[in-house]
Write a protein of this length. Structure first.
Length: 117
């Protein structure tokens, strides 16, 4: 995402343009500890269709939040890793997790997803 000088540039809006996709925050969260292959990400985020996950990964790569490494083997092996720029989102993702967990607990609900601390 390249910001244009003629656009209205809001800090929160800029952040949401980068991580506001349906599964982008979850993808980023799961990549904080290290590289993952597509199948591993799909198992961690089963509600995402393969097509949607691919689209979100491409957008994150285009925005320089993650890198994609293709290994020259058969069958193809592809790993996704956060870039340094992507890792800079870790405090934001942690704050989102903490806030969401508190919200769930205040409403008598338990977290039951693949996100763990």
């Amino acid at each position: 995402m390249k910001l244009q000088p003629t656009e209205i540039n809001c800090p929160v809006g800029a952040t949401l343009r980068l991580i506001g996709g349906k599964y982008k925050s979850l993808i980023l969260w799961h990549l904080v500890p290290g590289s993952l292959r597509f199948g591993e990400l799909h198992r961690l985020i089963p509600e995402a269709t393969a097509k949607m996950l691919t689209q979100q990964l491409r957008e994150l790569e285009s925005d320089n939040l993650l890198s994609r490494k293709v290994y020259p083997v058969v069958p193809p092996k592809v790993e996704y890793t956060l870039t340094e720029f992507g890792m800079s989102l870790k405090p934001i993702l942690s704050a989102m997790y903490d806030w969401g967990l508190s919200y769930l607990h205040e409403n008598g609900l338990e977290a039951n997803c693949s996100m763990t601390v």
